[in-house]
Design a protein around this ligand. Structure first.
Ligand code: NAD
Ligand code: UD1
Length: 337
């Protein structure tokens, strides 16, 4: 297949591009580089020895998007493009809704015009809100009690895609609800390169280990968990990337939704220890109050993805730490050097 990756220069998109190329597909990346670097695409080309067609355009701009893709054919789309910082979404709700919703609307219109029917969308476990069960299955209610515009934008996108499929029965869409993506390609050539101070745990831990930041603030040690710190389902980004290819292959008319997670929970302190062991570096930390909007435990029931897509995680959290360290230690300032 020739696959258009919107936001394909970003963290998850670049790893997915690599897996697609390695499995014999062709890749077109459309990205405005608002949160990424052209260098990630170049490195995927270097790792695979194959070329990627790159288009720099803002997907929320229908004219720029059509002009950029004018003479470029594609058979399927993976839609990664969007804004993803939860705290920022609370401060800039209209910007988040505009980018995250307009990009999907422009894309769906373009797909209809071109009669491209296969779509995989980057959703998030955040659509489940506060979990009602220890493991979250796809049957869990979606869009109840969400606490931030980022989360709402994901739930709204899923609804937009369902409505589009109702009006266009050929559309074969898959909403992938990611749990917590971590790690990097084992080469250490591509990885997560957050701009500014990382919001998420693992990039912050990696920057402490490499000496870019002094200590980690652990947000709360009084949750009802194994050691009082928050528990999450961390998934190696290469497993996640492979999940996209499985979803593309199994897409069928209508809309499906799958969790991409491991089913294993890891606490903040367990994650810190895992990273210390993988890197051989100390990760100093201090306990701070809970972060507003945080949940105690968020872990996937990953059974449906295995049953329908034949996909499950094969890499451990320890491997994710080792690969994240390979990336962080070789690129202490990310793609900037
Ligand atoms: P990322 O920021 O690294 O990648 C997103 C890419 O989209 C970036 O390269 C950015 O430049 C591009 N982009 C943003 N706005 C654009 C626009 N208007 N036009 C064209 N390109 C645009 O983020 P990521 O971690 O790779 O996440 C990819 C997707 O997965 C996002 O939709 C995100 O919400 C979703 N997601 C991420 C996580 C996570 O923890 N990383 C978890 C759940 C869901
Ligand atoms: C965050 C987002 C969520 C998104 C997910 C995956 C929030 C409130 N939620 O979730 O919408 O889908 O990322 O990208 O931001 N932690 C610390 N210190 C830190 C950073 C985090 O102790 O400096 C803790 C958190 O309290 C949490 C765990 O580490 O218990 C994981 O945090 P994070 O990586 O931000 O992911 P989520 O909170 O799961």
């Amino acid at each position: 297949m020739r696959v258009l990756l919107t936001g394909g220069a970003g963290y998850i998109g670049s790893h997915t591009a690599l897996v697609l190329l390695e499995q014999g597909h062709q890749v077109v990346v459309l990205d405005d580089l608002s949160n990424s670097s052209r260098e990630s695409v170049r490195r995927v080309e270097e790792l695979t020895g194959q070329e990627i067609v790159f288009v720099q355009a803002d997907l929320t701009d229908p004219h720029a998007t059509r002009a950029g893709l004018d003479d470029i054919a594609f058979d399927a789309v993976i839609h990664f493009a969007g804004l993803k910082a939860v705290g920022e979404s609370v401060e800039q709700p209209t910007r988040y809704y505009r980018v995250n919703l307009d990009s999907t609307l422009v894309l769906l219109d373009l797909m209809r015009e071109r009669d491209v029917t296969r779509l995989v969308f980057s959703s998030s476990a955040t659509v489940y809100g506060d979990p009602q069960t220890p493991l979250i299955a796809e049957t869990h209610p979606v869009g109840v009690g969400l606490t931030n515009p980022y989360g709402w934008s994901k739930a709204m996108n899923e609804q937009i895609i369902r409505d589009a499929a109702a009006a266009w029965p050929a559309l074969a869409a898959v909403n992938l609800r990611y749990f917590n993506p971590v790690g990097a390609h084992h080469s250490g050539r591509i990885g997560e390169d957050p701009s500014g101070i990382p919001n998420n745990l693992m990039p912050y831990v990696a920057q402490v280990a490499v000496g870019r930041r002094e200590r980690l603030a652990v947000f709360g040690d009084d949750y009802p968990t194994v050691d009082g710190t928050g528990v999450r389902d961390y998934i190696h980004v290469m497993d996640l990337a492979e999940g996209h290819v499985a979803a593309l292959t199994h897409a069928e008319p209508g809309v499906q939704a799958f969790n991409l997670g491991s089913g294993v929970g890891t606490s903040v302190l367990e994650a810190v220890r895992g990273f210390e062991e993988a890197s051989g570096r100390a990760v100093p930390y201090a306990i701070h109050p809970r972060r507003a909007g945080d949940l105690a435990t968020v872990v996937a029931d990953p059974a449906l993805a295995f049953e329908r897509l034949g996909w499950r995680t094969t890499r451990s959290f320890t491997e994710a730490c080792r690969d994240a360290w390979a990336w962080q230690s070789a690129n202490p300032r990310g793609y900037a050097g």
